[in-house]
Design a protein around this ligand. Structure first.
Ligand code: ATP
Ligand code: MG
Length: 290
């Protein structure tokens, strides 16, 4: 992590009850190669996220972003051990599987088609762990609050098929945040949405984050999205992936179109694009939505 980042992390610090840390220590990932042998996809990544903040993880397609994020969330593929070596720790404790405090949101929002919007948001409370942790009166209040916060209170009786893509992603976000996670791992959550809906969802995320800050790791292909949302931007190189750049953004959120066009933002955007082109000449897919 560079000097600028630690400065931002200090300014982003929130009260001690929200303290949280997530660290990746020398993470290496080898996957079976199609013709035999193995391919090293991740080549020794060290990353430390020390407190609440929005941390953007960028990198070309296939650079291993989802692999890293899934590891952080304890989601393990069936065919291979992950990580091959290295340690993931939450609050300083090595973590070998799903952690109750780390919740994931995917681009495919995984809403249950047979359940109403209300029941989709309340879904985690069907599980013993969460019912034991949160009394019914409280979880019902949380569900009502989240439905309101994501603007779906009047749609709570509808089913996912009756909603737009953006509304479905709101349901998924509400289902994640109703657990009040200390760590939120988001894998291109807005990647399938049109530009306007994506922007609305970015503003919603900023609003919800302000209400209850947590440690977010947000994977994106979109350089503009990274600059509009991030307290910190981490750029991965291509295979074997490593941290190619890691910098802080101090501008307050929401960041206006004027900020987006400011010399600072243009310079940061060029810095990321240069880095991505340097690490992956002609490879990967990147998006700039300026
Ligand atoms: N379970 C697996 N078994 C074998 N190879 C895998 C497995 N999961 C991922 N890979 C390979 O690892 C590489 C990184 O995949 P990953 O999905 O992490 O990349 P990504 O950066 O998230 O890509 P994208 O931006 O397209 O989502 C790819 O080459 C992929 O084929
Ligand atoms: Mg991915």
């Amino acid at each position: 992590m560079n000097e600028t980042v630690s400065q931002t992390d200090k300014t982003a610090a929130t009260p001690s009850e929200h303290m949280v840390s997530l660290s990746l220590n020398q993470i290496i990932q080898d996957y079976p190669a199609p013709g035999g042998g193995v391919t090293r996809v991740i080549g020794g990544v060290d990353l430390v996220f020390e407190r609440p903040g929005i941390n953007m993880l960028l990198g070309p397609s296939g650079s291993g972003k989802s692999t890293l994020l899934n590891m952080m969330g304890g989601v393990r593929p069936l065919n291979v051990k992950t990580p091959t070596s290295g340690t993931i720790s939450i609050d300083g404790q090595p973590c070998h599987g799903p952690h109750d405090d780390a919740v994931m949101v995917f681009q495919r929002y995984a809403n249950r088609p047979d359940l109403s919007v209300y029941d989709n948001v309340a879904f985690p409370f069907r599980f013993k762990l969460w019912r034991e942790r949160v009394p019914e009166k409280e979880w019902r209040a949380r569900v009502a609050h989240m439905l309101d916060a994501v603007g779906l209170a009047d749609k709570k009786a509808l089913h996912p098929a009756q909603l737009s893509g953006g509304q479905n992603q709101r349901v998924a976000l509400a289902r994640a945040l109703v657990l009040q996670p200390r760590i939120l791992l988001m894998d291109e959550p807005f990647g399938a949405l049109d530009a306007q809906t994506r922007e609305e969802m970015q503003h919603l995320l900023i609003k919800l984050y302000r209400e209850r800050p947590c440690l977010i790791v947000f994977v994106t292909h979109d350089v503009t999205e990274a600059l509009m949302l991030g307290d910190r931007v981490v750029v991965l190189s291509t295979q074997p992936a490593n941290v190619a750049d890691d910098f802080a953004i101090h501008a307050p959120r929401p960041r206006s179109l004027d900020w987006q066009r400011s010399p600072e933002a243009v310079q940061l955007s060029e810095r990321v694009l240069d880095q991505l082109h340097r690490v992956s000449p002609g490879k990967g897919s990147l998006r700039v939505t300026v």
